[in-house]
Design a binder for this molecule. Structure first.
Ligand SMILES: Cc1ncc(COP(=O)(O)O)c(C=O)c1O
Length: 398
């Protein structure tokens, strides 16, 4: 049967993420993936969480298995607020919090609450494909602004705001951005707030990687600098505990979350109670910051290993990158070519998966000479081996 005529216009032109497509090919166990965004599974607290889950189901099955409230289990909301308080992203007088089934859901429902067809959203270019695709489903126009070594170009942002009516919000991942790994400077964060206020647009600050700094100094969240209630803040437990537990949260002025809560009720009623309860117990019993510190240390080592091997095996002067101070991604540009696709394909032949830059672009059809590398999920040995093979491909094709 042919189904095209049945699809809604808004999904007809949508393409799946190449990363997800790549995951299908990665069923081949020999492939070393530098493609996904998976945290290091070797550090997952599996034993601790299995004991916690068992105890919850033995002692309080009703709470774990019954429906819960849409905004989240109250103690889980406290956990989210505790994380947000560490970066001053929660204003107790004004804000509310809703536990989301991953930050992804929070970003999607925020867009759903704010966007009419034809509205405009300013995004970093490149940006996280999950959010770009979420925005695309609301038939809005995405306006990309270049990412510089210290975050989104403020000249670009000002120009875009000046030249466009109908901008609803700016979407930004200011800390260890996906895919570039760069962090926005404090000056730019202040400037973004000032521009958002002057042009009366909202800001959606997405901060799943903020806890993962392994060098340099922390920069305040945009939310912490916001005096007007203009910033909606998305947080996540995916990169600090487990992505499979699907725990994220949105913090914003209670008047905004009132609407988003209704959308969540429609969407999935509430985030699974079992994983909420597991997270609460984990945070009660253990110091999650100790666990995060272990991750930070490992990611620092893995990032250093990746860069050391890039310096050793990449053809000299032909690949540019910015060394990240945290997070899980490294972004590379090959200025001597126009399209990275042959490199990506040749890497797959050598059983190494990387993601082409076009995936993160506002215009996904345009060729890109960039690619993203992930250093959190592969082992140190595999990072070294994969970068060596990637270096061989680059030496041959650049
Ligand atoms: C920038 C960014 N935002 C949000 C998410 C989604 O996080 P979650 O697993 O909490 O849905 C990711 C996941 O990779 C991400 O990179």
């Amino acid at each position: 049967m042919e189904y095209t005529e049945f699809f809604a216009d808004r999904v007809k032109s949508m393409k799946g993420s190449a990363i997800r497509e790549m995951f299908k090919r990665m069923a081949d166990p020999e492939i070393i993936s530098l493609a996904g965004g998976n945290p290091a599974s070797e550090l997952f607290p599996g034993d601790e969480l299995s004991k916690i889950a068992g105890k919850i189901l033995m002692t309080n099955p009703t709470l774990a298995l019954q429906y819960g409230t849409t905004d989240g289990y109250p103690k889980m909301k406290d956990c989210a607020i505790a994380r947000a308080n560490k970066v001053n992203a929660y204003n107790a007088e004004r804000d509310a919090v809703i536990i989301m089934t991953g930050a992804n859901q929070g970003i999607d429902l925020t867009a759903k609450a704010l966007l009419n067809k034809g509205d405009k959203v300013i995004v970093e270019s490149p940006s996280f494909i999950g959010s770009l695709n979420a925005f695309r489903t609301y038939e809005c126009e995405l306006l990309g602004v270049t990412v510089e070594d210290d975050g989104m170009s403020m000249e670009g942002l000002e120009e875009t705001l000046k030249n466009n009516d109908g901008v609803k919000f700016i979407y930004t991942i200011p800390t260890f951005q996906n895919p570039t790994g760069v962090t926005m400077s404090l000056e730019k964060r202040k400037k973004m707030l000032e521009l958002a206020s002057r042009y009366n647009v909202m800001i959606l600050e997405d901060n799943p990687y903020g806890d993962l700094r392994f060098s340099g100094e922390d920069v305040p969240t945009i939310k912490s600098l916001d005096t007007e209630g203009r910033v909606i803040y998305a947080g996540s437990f995916s990169k600090i505990l487990s992505p499979g537990m699907r725990l994220g949260y949105i913090i914003a002025d209670a008047k905004i979350l009132e609407k988003i809560e209704i959308l969540k009720q429609v969407n999935d009623v509430h985030t699974p109670m079992l994983t909420q309860l597991m997270c609460v117990e984990f945070m009660k019993k253990y110091n999650i910051d100790d666990y995060i510190a272990k991750n930070r240390e490992l990611y620092g080592k893995k990032c250093a290993c990746m860069i050391e091997n890039m310096e050793k095996y990449f053809p000299a002067g032909k690949v540019k990158w910015v060394t990240p101070e945290g997070g899980i991604f490294l972004w590379c540009e090959c200025p001597t070519i126009k399209d990275i696709t042959p490199v990506v394909n040749a890497c797959l032949e050598k059983k190494v998966a990387i993601v082409p830059g076009s995936n993160f672009a506002v215009d996904m059809g345009a060729p890109s000479n960039m690619f993203r590398l992930n250093y959190s999920s592969a082992t140190l040995e595999n990072i070294a081996e994969a970068v060596k093979r990637l270096g061989e491909v680059l030496t041959e094709l650049l």
